[in-house]
Design a protein around this ligand. Structure first.
Ligand code: PLP
Length: 440
């Protein structure tokens, strides 16, 4: 079995997380249900901060909100002393509605709208991570209208392209994000930023990718960014004080996965920055990292109720559950793979190979192809592991399925942090034109 964080199999043979029996949670909150091990999230936050503290003098750990963001999550982050990345007006609004301190918010995205920038400026977000010259001009003019100055990090393409098991360094990369180093785009944008009156250049940002299992590509990106800081110091005579190295540390989805520990990842980055600062005779910049998946991914599970079981003789057994691509798009979107168990039969040996199907009207809506489970019956509870990141945040109402509830569990208590959507929620914004109304 795939046990992480506070998971145990209790005396009833049920899976328990944060001291809460999943069979009881299913009864109380219904299914599908997203369950987050709060202590594990807090533990990960503390691991990042502790490793940073031990290895580098001036740092900030920023949570990438797109992985999973709700108002309770914002509270947790604030309590743990993490900053927050947002990529849209909606994420920003969520944080503001949780009274999250705006000065600790980093605003990302390749196409921030006028309305989004105005909201961010008026509420005083800490940094805009600017992605293009066009955006610099837009932020400058909107800040000018408001009589404010906007703090800017320029998003750079360091040209490091990692895969899960390898990475390459390329000259020019074809990506919608960031400003190229080799094609002069980064330097041009930097000059633009220095020239515009209402912008304050604070530093640089880069993000090389996600679900990365090696520490070398991060260190390589850090070293490339330090070279750029040096180039800027020499050619423009300015000191760059902040370097944000993005997120991307991988997590364990499958038993065989072994991502590097947080401490190793942090050390790799910190040592490289210190070494380069020393080589180039530069002051140490403040460094930021932006973990998303590695803070919440392994802390979450998805709980489903088994409905119809269909045998295709000689082919496979399809076990259909009451959720699917509407609450976890990753298998359909990326062919993502997961481990699973039966939460109500967690003490029973795996006896059969089945495939777990979602309930959406798409052949591609398969949560797991080929997984070993104890004999499955209608009414059993399938739990899928490591679903805390990029699942609820990607959920949709496809097939008019209401989005699931989310609970935080800790020390035997469960707290509902997102209510299950109702059918009423689904039609809340629907309107019927007057001419289509039914007469009496
Ligand atoms: C997605 C993203 C992150 C977080 O990535 P993870 O792989 O979830 O750690 C951080 N920074 C930026 C700019 C991102 O786009």
């Amino acid at each position: 079995m795939f046990l992480t964080g506070s998971m145990v199999v209790n005396q009833k043979g049920h899976l328990e997380i944060g001291g809460c029996d999943l069979v009881d949670l299913a009864k109380e909150y219904g299914t599908p249900l997203n369950i987050m091990d709060e202590s594990m999230i807090r533990g990960r936050c503390r691991s990042y901060l502790k490793s940073m503290e031990a290895n580098y003098p001036d740092f900030e750990v920023i949570y990438a909100g797109k992985a999973f963001l709700t108002r309770a999550m914002c509270r947790l982050l604030e309590e743990e002393g993490l900053s927050l990345d947002v990529v849209s007006g909606g994420e920003l609004y969520t944080a503001l509605k949780a009274d999250y301190p705006p000065e600790k918010i980093y605003f990302h995205g390749n196409n921030k709208t006028t309305e989004e920038i105005n909201l961010a400026l008026s509420r005083g977000v800490g940094r805009f991570v600017a992605d293009s010259q066009g955006e610099l001009e837009l932020i400058d003019s909107l800040a000018g209208e408001m009589g404010k100055r906007a703090n800017i990090l320029l998003r750079i393409k360091p040209g490091v392209v990692p895969d899960t098991h390898q990475y390459i360094q390329t000259g020019q990369i074809d990506s919608k994000f960031g400003l190229g180093l080799t094609d002069g785009q980064a330097m041009e944008a930097l000059d633009k930023c220095l020239e515009l009156d209402n912008l304050e250049l604070k530093g640089f940002h880069c993000h090389i990718g996600s679900q990365i299992f090696q520490t070398e590509p991060f260190a390589l990106a850090a070293s490339i960014m330090m070279s750029f800081i040096r180039e800027v110091a020499l050619s423009r005579n300015i000191k760059i004080g902040e370097l944000n190295l993005g997120g991307g540390l991988g997590i364990r989805y499958l038993k065989k996965d072994s991502p590097p520990p947080i401490d190793e990842y942090v050390k790799g980055i910190a040592h490289m920055i210190k070494k380069k600062a020393d080589d180039y005779n530069l002051p140490l910049p403040r460094i930021m990292i932006e973990p998303g998946r590695s803070l919440v991914g392994e802390a979450g599970v998805s709980l489903y109720r088994v409905g119809i079981i269909k045998d295709v003789p000689g082919v496979r057994r399809y076990v259909s559950v009451d959720g699917g691509m509407s609450d976890n798009l990753r298998p359909a979107l990326y062919k993502a793979k997961y481990e699973a168990a039966l939460a109500n039969k967690a003490d029973q040996p795996s006896g059969e190979k089945v495939s777990v199907a979602g309930k959406a009207c798409e052949s591609g809506d398969m949560l797991i192809w080929d997984v070993q489970l104890p004999p499955v019956e209608r009414g059993d509870l399938v739990v899928i592991f490591s679903t805390g990141a990029y699942t609820y945040s990607m959920a949709s109402n496809y097939n008019r399925l209401p989005r699931p509830a989310v609970v935080f569990v800790r020390e035997g208590n469960s707290d509902l942090v997102v209510r299950r959507e109702s059918y009423e929620d689904l039609v809340r914004n629907d309107l019927i034109p007057k001419r289509m109304e039914k007469g009496d």
